[in-house]
Design a protein around this ligand. Sequence first.
Ligand SMILES: NC(=O)c1ccc[n+]([C@@H]2O[C@H](COP(=O)([O-])OP(=O)(O)OC[C@H]3O[C@@H](n4cnc5c(N)ncnc54)[C@H](OP(=O)(O)O)[C@@H]3O)[C@@H](O)[C@H]2O)c1
Length: 335
Amino acid sequence: MDDIRFQALIVTEDENNQFNRTVSERMLHDLPQGQVLIRVCYSSLNYKDALSASGNKGVTRQYPHTPGIDAAGVVAESSDPTFMPGDQVLVTGFDLGMNTSGGFAEYIRVPADWVVPLPTGMSLREAMVYGTAGFTAALSCYRLINNGVLPEQGPVLVTGATGGVGSIAVALLAKSGYEVVAVTTKVNEIAYLQEIGAKEILSAVEADDQSGRPLLRPRWAGVVDTVGGNILSSAIKATRYGGTVTCCGNVTSGELHTSIYPFILNGISLLGIDSVNFPNPLRTQVWNRLATEWKLDHLETITTELPGLESLEERIALILQGKSRGRVIVKIALP
Ligand SMILES: NC(=O)c1ccc[n+]([C@@H]2O[C@H](COP(=O)([O-])OP(=O)(O)OC[C@H]3O[C@@H](n4cnc5c(N)ncnc54)[C@H](OP(=O)(O)O)[C@@H]3O)[C@@H](O)[C@H]2O)c1
C-alpha cells in the first residue's frame, strides 16, 4: 500500500521564513510509523490548527508539515489487534497535527493508543463537529460538575462563547440545566448565542474588569474560560463562595494576574483543562457521553462544513482574527 498517493494540505517554510500552504500529493510512505493507518473522512479546524498552519513554532517545530489535530475516518490497516480494517474511529489531540502529520489529509498513521472507537450513536461527521474543541468543552463541564457545581447554585459563565470550545460549552451546560451567561466580542451574534442556550450575554468589555479590586460582586457558581488573561482573572474575582473555574485557552493572553484572595476568602477552585494528553479509559468515557446524555440539539447551528481541503485557506485567517463562529469541519472523503 505504501506507494498509494493521497491529497494533503502541506505547509512549507521558505528561505525568508515565510509560510505557504498548498494542497498537494503525498505518498503513504511519507507518513510516520504507527500501528493504525486511517483513511480520513472528516477533519475540523481548531485555533491550534491555524497556529500550526501559519508557522507557529510553539505548536509545530518543523516544516513541511500537514496540520490537523482532529480526524475521523475508517481504519485501513492495523497492526494492533484492538482495531480492524473497516472500523470507524476518531483521533483528537496527542501529537496529531502538531509534529505528527495531521488530519488535513486523506490518510493519517498513528499509535493505537491515540485512537478512540467511534461511539455508538455518533457519526464520523458529528465526531468532528465536536472534535478537540467539543472534547475540551466536555472535559471542562465534566470537571465543573465533578467539583460540585450544581445548576441551583447560580449562573455559569462561558468566555469566548462563539468560539469552538465556547459554543459547545454553552450548549452542553444549557442542555444540562445550567443558567449560562456568555461572554463574547461579537455583539452581532446575540441571536446565535441565545439559540444555543445562553440566558444572558455580556460583551468582552463588560467582562474585563479594570477596577483593580481583588474581589468583585460574587456572581458565578462556575466558569468555563477559553480566553485567559484579564477576562479570566475578572471571572475568578466574581466567582461565588466555593465555586469552580476551569481554564483551557489563551486566546487573549497566556498571562494570569490574580491575588490569593478569591482562593483563601471565597474558597474557589481553579482547574486546568488539558485535552491533548488526557488518558484513556476516561477519554473514551467522555466521548461516549457526548454521544448519549450530552448529545447536543444544536449541532447544525454550530457547524460550518467546508467541501474540501482547498476551502480551509480563508477559514484559517478568520479563526486567527477571532472572527470564526462555532465549529468548522472539513469533508475529505465519504465513509
Ligand atoms: N487546553 C486544551 O486542551 C485546549 C483544547 C482546545 C482549545 N484550547 C484553547 O482554547 C482556546 C479556544 O479554542 P477554540 O478552538 O475554541 O478557538 P476559536 O474557535 O478561535 O474560539 C476562540 C474565541 O475566543 C474569543 N476571542 C478571540 N479573540 C478575543 C479577544 N481578543 N478577546 C476576547 N475574546 C476573544 C472569540 O469568541 P467571542 O467573540 O465569542 O468572544 C473566539 O471565537 C484557544 O486558546 C485554544 O488553543 C485548549
